[in-house]
Structures are given as structure tokens and as C-alpha cells.
Design a protein around this ligand. Structure first.
Ligand code: BTN
Length: 257
């Protein structure tokens, strides 16, 4: 199906919109595992998810009809499993660039793949890769972005939305198309071996890069400075002049106070 507001080659060209589903990631994975082939770039977008999934087994809550909750299918067979964090980088940059004209310089990527505005979370992603040997066969990329939701419940304390920032509603489909077009551009950079560009740009967009802040790891709070993200996605934090430590996802928490 051709969608004319999607000006890219393939991301979002096959757009399937569903009123209600448990989780768009589950829907896309189930469709694929039932041997229903879907073209690369297929996007499943839901108005409402009743069991949206976040990172670390968390739930993803989103007011029905107000936000973007969608999953994208990519087939990054050119990418070795060891380099799978490059896909996270490319997708994060695509979401970032899709939002940047709207939101400006306060927009950041919080390692590994949260989208932040100032100190609040605007969105996140759940990337589920299907591996075949040392290659990635398929990738189901679930993205949740808070767009037109005016208020958030107490149990989502650190959330914000485009509406809270700009005080106006945005057209969800237009925003989706901008994000899809930018994801496609970064994905094609990766495919064209422009890995250094992807890695350098990701680093330059990072929340708290080269700034002194408080972190928690293993129950200990410490002040440190993010200096780098290694090729494999590990975060590098400088504790003092001659100590740099490396952290994988779940090993470090950012403390906002
Ligand atoms: C996070 O915890 O930051 C990741 C959130 C990812 C949510 C999106 S919404 C669309 C897709 N379907 C899901 O069930 N989760 C992802």
C-alpha cells in the first residue's frame, strides 16, 4: 500500500493501523511467526495497546488515541550480531531527527535509547532482534512516543509529551511519517557502511555527555562524567582523573538529583 506522506523508499510504505491490540511488537512478531511474510519497512501502528511492553519487563502506558505506539519491521541481515547496538543508534537518531525540527536543542538521546526532552522522558523503544547464526535476520522495533497526552499518572513520574512542551496537538500521522523518513535515512547510512557517522552522531546527541552528574550502580551513588559509548553499546563513565568504568544496560542508573 502506498502512503503519500511517507516520502521514503520503504519505511512506512506498508502502514497497518489497528484500533486496539495487546502490543504492536507482539502483533508484528506473531504475524511473522505465522509465516506471513511482510515487506521490510512495514509499520504496525495502534491507537491503543492494552498490554504495551517497555524495557526491562516494564509496561508501557499510553492514553488511547493520543500518542504514537508503533512497531517497524527491518531486515538488517548486513549487520553482525556483535554490532547490533549500531541499529539502536540508527533508530534513536531517526526518532531524534524526526522530532528535532519541532522541539529543538533540549532534545537528547538518553543512553541507550530513550528520547528525552530536558530531564524528562518523551519516548522509548523496545528492539527485539531475531538472530540467525551471527547475523540479525529480522528486527522488530517498537517505538512509543508521548505526543498529545496532556497529563500522566503519578506512577509515570518522569514523563513528558510534545503537548506539554508546545501546548498544542500534533497530527500523529504526519509526525509518524517524519520519524519513518528519518529512520530510513539513518538505516541506509548504516547499510552503506557509514558506521563512524552513525556512532559519532549518536554520541553527540547524548544526554549528560561530558557533564558531571550522579549515578547509581550496585547500590552505590557516585558522581561521574559520561565520556563515551563503546562500539558494542557499553557506557563509559569517568569517576575521576584516572578511573573510567564501563557499564552495560541495567548496571547503571542515572540519578536526576
Ligand atoms: C521503554 O521502556 O522505554 C520502551 C517503550 C517501548 C514502547 C513501544 S509502544 C509500541 C511498541 N509495542 C510495545 O508493546 N512496546 C513498544
Amino acid at each position: 500500500m502506498q502512503n503519500n506522506i511517507f516520502s521514503g523508499l520503504f519505511v512506512g510504505q506498508n502502514l497497518i493501523t489497528i484500533k486496539e491490540v495487546d502490543s504492536t511488537n507482539n502483533f508484528l512478531k506473531n504475524t511473522l511467526s505465522n509465516s506471513n511474510p511482510l515487506p521490510e519497512g512495514t509499520v504496525i501502528m495502534a491507537e491503543s495497546q492494552y498490554a504495551g511492553r517497555g524495557q526491562q519487563q516494564n509496561r508501557w502506558h499510553s492514553e488511547p488515541g493520543k500518542n504514537l505506539t508503533f512497531s517497524l519491521l527491518l531486515n538488517p541481515t548486513f549487520l553482525a550480531v556483535a554490532n547490533q547496538f549500531d541499529l539502536t543508534r540508527a533508530i534513536s537518531l531517526g526518532v531524534y531527527d524526526g522530532l528535532k525540527p519541532l522541539l529543538g536543542d533540549e532534545l537528547k538521546i538518553k543512553w541507550p535509547n530513550d528520547i528525552y526532552y530536558a530531564d524528562k522522558k518523551l519516548g522509548g523503544m523496545l528492539i527485539e532482534n531475531l538472530l540467525q547464526g551471527s547475523q540479525i535476520k529480522q528486527s522488530v522495533i517498537g517505538i512509543g512516543l508521548n505526543v498529545n497526552q496532556p497529563i500522566f499518572p503519578d506512577w509515570v513520574p518522569n514523563a513528558t509529551s510534545v503537548f506539554q512542551i508546545l501546548q498544542r496537538n500534533e497530527d500523529l500521522k504526519v509526525l509518524l511519517s517524519q520519524i519513518c523518513n528519518n529512520i530510513e535515512a539513518w538505516y541506509l547510512n548504516l547499510k552503506a557502511d557509514k558506521t563512524s557517522l552513525v556512532r559519532e552522531t549518536y554520541l553527540s546527541r547524548l544526554y549528560w555527555l561530558n557533564e558531571k552528574h550522579i549515578f547509581r550502580s550496585n547500590g552505590n551513588d557516585f558522581s561521574g562524567i559520561i565520556t563515551n559509548v563503546k562500539d558494542n553499546g557499553v557506557l563509559v563513565v569517568r569517576h575521576n582523573i584516572n578511573t573510567e568504568m564501563e557499564y552495560s544496560f541495567k548496571e547503571i542508573e542515572f540519578l536526576n538529583k
